[in-house]
Design a binder for this molecule. Structure first.
Ligand code: ZN
Length: 287
């Protein structure tokens, strides 16, 4: 657990998958990312962890992203080499003494399946139900619109079962831009990965943190402005958004949390005398 002023932050490990290195690094030459991150295996796959964050602030349990959830078929899991340890997101919450009923707010950074698949689940009768029955779910309106009208490139990851039932039941609220949910917990639009992508900034007692999410999939994507995934829909906008966030990270010494990095899930940005920017890992156990 990380204490940030009055807030408590718990890093949750949803699962680990393996993804094609071409997707994760796009135009970056293999020899460079193999040295700066990890060399891919013989099938050109790289490990990708899925982190969610529980923020306890002002008496509220706030979950940032819900992970893949339970709706994928065995075949789909096999395709991603999906592995879950210790019960994933819900297992982590249980070890903190929390049940799904205890979550007050679910912040969906964006509606890709690996970030919001855990919003809903199939009940025994086959109907879709919210996993967090007492929570309000929030997402940017732009993201919801894009997810509701996917194209040939985005439709594999924008799955209506993850969000439409929540809108229909009135449990999901759409946001129009940056939003403070409770004092010190702010959703900030960070376009690039998707136009409606949102990161979450946290501030308590003069200390700062951020759930960077897919503004920088791996930590090394945050350090190197020109490196981004091939999944990013607007890579040049990712670059400019990261430039602003690097400056903010240096200025505030914020604890930065990366959604998919198995090596450095958390760290702080530093700059040396030559101007080289490096994220220094902060060691933190999973809940
Ligand atoms: Zn992601």
């Amino acid at each position: 657990m990380i204490q940030l002023g009055d807030f408590k932050l718990h890093l949750l490990n949803d699962c680990t998958v393996r993804v094609d290195a071409g997707g994760a690094f796009g135009l970056v030459p293999r020899v460079l990312y193999a040295a700066a991150f990890l060399p891919p295996d013989e099938d050109n796959l790289l490990p990708m962890t899925h982190h969610n964050l529980l923020v306890q602030a002002h008496g509220k349990n706030i979950l940032l992203d819900s992970g893949y959830g339970s709706k994928m078929t065995e075949k789909q899991r096999g395709y991603f080499h999906y592995e879950q340890y210790n019960g994933g997101t819900l297992g982590g919450l249980a070890r903190l003494g929390l049940s799904p009923e205890d979550i007050d707010l679910v912040i969906d950074t964006h509606l890709h399946n690996d970030h919001c698949g855990g919003n809903t689940a199939y009940a025994e009768d086959g109907s879709l139900v919210p996993v967090f029955p007492n929570a309000e779910y929030v997402v940017q309106r732009r993201e919801y619109e894009d997810a509701s009208h996917p194209n040939e490139r985005t439709r594999a990851t924008y799955i209506a079962a993850n969000f439409r039932p929540l809108m229909e039941s009135g449990q999901m609220r759409l946001l129009d831009g940056d939003t403070e949910f409770v004092p010190g917990v702010c959703g900030v639009v960070t376009p690039g990965h998707t136009p409606g992508h949102m990161s979450v900034r946290l501030e308590s007692g003069g200390q700062h943190a951020a759930f960077v999410c897919d503004l920088a999939t791996y930590c090394v994507h945050f350090e190197r402005l020109g490196w981004m995934t091939a999944y990013d829909l607007e890579p040049m906008i990712t670059l400019e958004t990261k430039r602003q966030w690097q400056a903010w990270g240096l200025e505030t010494n914020a604890l930065l949390i990366f959604p998919h990095d198995p090596l450095r899930p958390m760290g702080r940005l530093t700059e040396d005398a030559e101007g080289k920017r490096t994220v220094v890992k902060v060691d933190e156990a999973y809940a």
